[in-house]
Design a protein. Structure first.
Length: 209
């Protein structure tokens, strides 16, 4: 699904206008990718056993920022090719270990993709979640994203209490943009690993207004 440059009014029609908004999407982990889905379920089974709780569904998050000049998809994802400029890549980081990060298959990218797409957006649950209807906050998300931390994916290098992943990127940039996210939760009977890590890191030495 391609995100276009128009904005919906109350009736669902696409209209233009000098507005800004930030929408959050919850996508089931591994939607459209069998290996990721299975490994995610195994991870959750182990985590539930360790924490002595019932298993739940896992979710990956992505953001769509709407501005007068277009819509921007913000997401952390694997690097498919070397054409990062086309996808608006603003940062990269290693996956698993820093040593492995020397090779493209073991690196991730953070995108700010104008007119971009979110893979498997049609499978998103209870989405989109409108976080703000405010031009200043929407622009702040775009401006802050290039400064997002890029620790090793899947590890807790920043001592945040849980691993860093795509949900950490989402919660970090929202919190740093002064968008209220403390009450934001994934769909019922689900969780978003890494979300709290982003909030913890965002709360350290916040930038001055």
């Amino acid at each position: 699904m391609v995100i276009d440059d128009l904005m919906p009014d109350a009736s669902g029609h696409r209209v233009g206008g000098p507005r800004g908004s930030v929408d959050l999407y919850w996508i089931p982990l591994g939607a459209g990718a069998h290996i990721v889905r299975v490994s995610g379920k195994l991870f959750e089974v182990v985590a539930a056993l360790v924490e002595r709780r019932a298993t739940v569904d896992l979710y990956h998050s992505a953001i769509v920022v709407s501005l007068p000049e277009g819509r921007f998809v913000i997401e952390q994802a694997p690097i498919p090719d070397l054409d990062g400029e086309r996808r608006g890549v603003v940062a990269e980081g290693p996956v698993g270990t820093r040593w492995a990060g020397r090779f493209r298959p073991f690196r991730y990218e953070v995108r700010c993709w104008r007119g971009g797409l979110i893979p498997d957006i049609d499978e998103a649950i209870e989405s989109p979640v409108r976080l703000v209807d405010d031009l200043d906050h929407a622009r702040r998300v775009i401006d802050l994203l290039p400064s997002v931390p890029t620790p090793v994916w899947g590890r807790d290098e920043l001592d945040a209490g849980e691993m860093w992943n795509s949900n950490s990127v989402t919660s970090w940039v929202l919190a740093r943009s002064d968008i209220a996210v403390t009450t934001v939760r994934p769909p019922a009977h689900g969780r978003a690993p890494g979300w709290d890590a982003g909030l913890v890191v965002a709360g350290r030495n916040p930038p001055k207004p």
